[in-house]
Write a protein that binds this ligand. Structure first.
Ligand code: ADP
Ligand code: DP6
Ligand code: CO
Length: 360
């Protein structure tokens, strides 16, 4: 008897223009467009194996070895249902000899090789890997199904996941249609356009955040007046400006906008009732170090050289060009040595050393 099983991995993406707020919580349609950089698959990734078998009695997901409940009407159920629907419509209804995998229950096992729910975009790589592994299992791969179709389904698992289906610099256009069919990720530029771009991941804390992204952004939409200014005035101008900066490989502008948008996102978190604090003292100390580093560089006439950004968690991601990465790693280690000093238990550095991650 045949075994129907497939494994796929997906990398995380770290936004430089942040998605924060939904206009439709069921379809996961955002209140603003966003833009991110997909990291290299070799570093932070989710790896997911899916298996279909007529003997299985229910769809089940194990996340990092523990059962993660698939709730009725929830996002996991939506993604699995949509993938089964595509399998039926595109493969089984057209070829009577194709095995009816859409009628079998699936068992899915996923592992993240980095901290889960700690503000390092595990939901992005997680749902991208889930949809990719089901796509392999169901033979829904190009040219039968486009990355764009898979991205639309991943979006309904976690908004940020729609961007992890693409490498390089990726925009998620918010769209205008109520059914979400134009709320899609698109490639702004491939990694090869700007291969010197690197990301440094500084794990300040690997514990699960107190407020999930989903509940945090919902509270912001309901209570923050600052969010309205952000989505109407601030983000549209920044999306246009950072797209141009990427096209022109203008790191100085890229860095200024990236840091400004991280600050704006954490400001709307603070403007939420009750307020949400994702940054801690170490996160803020890293910001100060980067600010000072850039100030000295500007004084020398060399422009900005490092850009911090924080997702919904205390962990820093520093974007920088390859030529400056060594110096920045030395700087971070000098201020936050992981082997000695007061930060020993506070600043864990990913994988035992500061990780220098190239973009995917
Ligand atoms: P993060 O900042 O890590 O993205 P979120 O609060 O957005 O944190 O989402 C964390 C949630 O994403 C987890 O509690 C889990 O439900 C889901 N998730 C994380 N990794 C995976 C995975 N590999 N497969 C499926 N779901 C995942
Ligand atoms: C701060 O995509 O995790 O990382 O759609 O509710 O699953 P859900 O939220 P999620 O939010 C990500 C927020 C962010 C910014 C970003 O990645 O753009
Ligand atoms: Co997330």
């Amino acid at each position: 008897m045949s075994v129907y099983q497939a494994t796929a991995s997906a990398p995380v993406n770290i936004a430089v223009i942040k998605y924060w707020g939904k206009r439709d919580t069921k379809l996961i349609l955002p209140t603003n467009s966003s833009l991110s950089v997909t990291l290299d698959q070799d570093h932070l990734r989710s790896t997911t194996t899916s298996r279909a078998d007529p003997a299985f009695t229910q769809d089940t997901l194990w996340l990092n070895g523990k059962i993660d409940e698939i709730k009725a009407g929830g996002r996991l159920e939506t993604c699995i249902r949509e993938m089964k629907r595509l399998r039926k419509e595109i493969i089984e209804d057209k070829d009577a000899s194709a095995p009816k995998l859409s009628e079998y229950k699936v068992h899915i096992a996923s592992y993240n090789n980095f901290p889960t729910a700690a503000g390092l975009a595990s939901s992005a790589s997680g749902f991208a890997a889930l949809v990719s592994s089901l796509a392999q299992l169901y033979s829904l791969v190009p040219p039968v199904v486009s990355p764009s179709t898979l991205s639309l389904i991943a979006r309904q698992g976690s908004g940020s996941a729609c961007r992890s289906l693409y490498g390089g610099f990726v925009a998620w256009e918010q769209g205008v249609r109520p059914d979400g069919s134009d709320s899609l990720a698109i490639e702004v530029a491939p990694q090869a356009h700007w291969p010197e771009m690197h990301a440094l991941i500084c794990v300040v804390s690997d514990t699960k955040k107190g407020t999930s992204s989903t509940s945090g952004m919902q509270r912001t939409v309901e209570t923050s007046t600052l969010l309205q200014h952000r989505i109407k005035e601030v983000v549209p101008a920044r999306m246009a400006a950072i797209t141009t900066a990427i096209q022109q490989r203008d790191f100085d502008t890229f860095a200024r906008i990236t840091m400004a948008d991280s600050n704006s996102f954490h400001a709307v978190c603070l403007d939420t009732e009750p307020p949400i604090f994702y940054l801690n003292d170490v996160s803020r100390a890293i910001i100060s170090v980067v600010v000072e580093y850039n100030r000295l560089s500007v004084e020398r006439g060399e422009g900005y050289k490092a850009a911090y950004t924080y997702d919904a968690g205390p962990n820093a991601v520093i974007y920088a060009l390859e030529k400056d990465i060594k110096e920045i790693i030395q700087l971070v280690l000098a201020y936050f040595p992981q082997t000695a000093g007061e930060f020993k238990d506070v600043l864990g550095v990913f994988g035992g050393s500061v990780q220098d991650v190239n973009v995917h």
